[in-house]
Design a protein around this ligand. Structure first.
Ligand code: AHM
Ligand code: MG
Length: 282
């Protein structure tokens, strides 16, 4: 791993310890503002965003940053290499009911596009704080023990799993998608969906495999999840862990981004489940 990426990851560790405290002690009520997608922001979202913005802005190797909670890209050093897109606190409404939430970071070289993502990091805030780093074709799990992140293990997906995390509103599913999900359940897959993509995907990664879906639906033809902040980072994690990530027809990392807040349908899983998605959706 090069020194700049190492520095970015070390900075994410510092942010994560601060965000852990914000989650534990912070105010979970709504703010008066909305983000670019129109979601009402919680005070926790805004506080976490400020922490990350302040820390990443200190790094000479960071060219720009962009957050799910911001309207625009923030330029930092025009001669630097790395652009970082992040979702400071994904699933933040789950904090109120004490379910796990997470931060997601995509590290992009040159420009914000799936083809240029070189690294991804996510952090799960649950009973434990864990960080997963995908870089150089490897996926590594770290855990916060006392005050530092310790290496635990590499993550490899099996070719087939048995967990299903089917997102979005079922009443809006297309019939072929509903049939596919029904078929997985008939084949013995078990439902594991918390409504937080970070813990839901983390469970699939650590329990060997399965399928997470947030499809195109009758009301959301481009899905809900955002390409730069949520989808591409996890697509890289699944690719490096030996699985795959598609929109139904194409690899997610080949999709063009026209706007920083673009969304896309997405499926993340082990190879056998993704093969079935291709068969049904393309
Ligand atoms: P958020 O960025 O506003 O927190 O929304 C993203 C979350 C994901 O973590 C999760 O997979 C999805 O929204 C759940 O949506 P739904 O309740 O429609 O299945
Ligand atoms: Mg999010």
């Amino acid at each position: 791993m090069n020194k700049d990426i190492q520095l970015i990851i070390n900075t994410i560790k510092i942010c994560s310890i601060k965000i852990k405290h914000i989650i534990e002690k912070g105010d979970t009520t709504k703010s008066d503002s909305q983000n670019s997608t129109g979601d009402t922001q919680l005070k926790l979202d805004i506080q976490s965003d400020i922490v990350i913005q302040n820390e990443l802005s200190k790094l000479k190797c960071v060219r720009s940053i962009v957050s799910e909670e911001q309207d625009e890209i923030i330029n930092i050093n025009q001669n630097a290499t790395y652009n970082i897109a992040y979702d400071p606190l994904d699933g933040s409404s789950l904090v109120d009911v004490n379910l796990s939430v997470g931060s997601i970071y995509g590290i992009y070289q040159y420009s914000y596009s799936g083809k240029n993502i070189v690294g991804a990091v996510y952090v799960v805030f649950g009973p434990r704080v864990e960080m997963v780093v995908a870089i150089d074709k490897q996926v590594k799990l770290y855990r916060l023990l006392d005050h530092s992140f310790e290496y635990i293990q590499d993550i490899h997906l099996q070719t087939k799993g048995n967990i299903l995390a089917p997102g979005s509103t079922q009443a809006m599913w297309y019939p072929h998608h509903k049939q596919m999900i029904d078929d997985f359940f008939t084949d013995g897959y078990r439902l594991r969906y918390s409504g937080g993509m970070v813990p839901d995907l983390h469970q699939i990664l650590l329990k060997g495999g399965g399928l997470f879906s947030y499809p195109a639906t009758k009301d959301l033809t481009k899905g809900k999840l955002r390409q730069l902040f949520e989808v591409f980072p996890f697509a890289l994690v699944f690719k490096f862990a030996g699985g795959d990530a598609i929109d139904g027809e194409h690899k997610l990392l080949d999709i063009n981004t026209t706007h920083i807040h673009d969304t896309t349908a997405c499926f993340f899983g082990s190879l056998q489940e993704i093969k079935k998605v291709y068969e049904v959706w393309s």
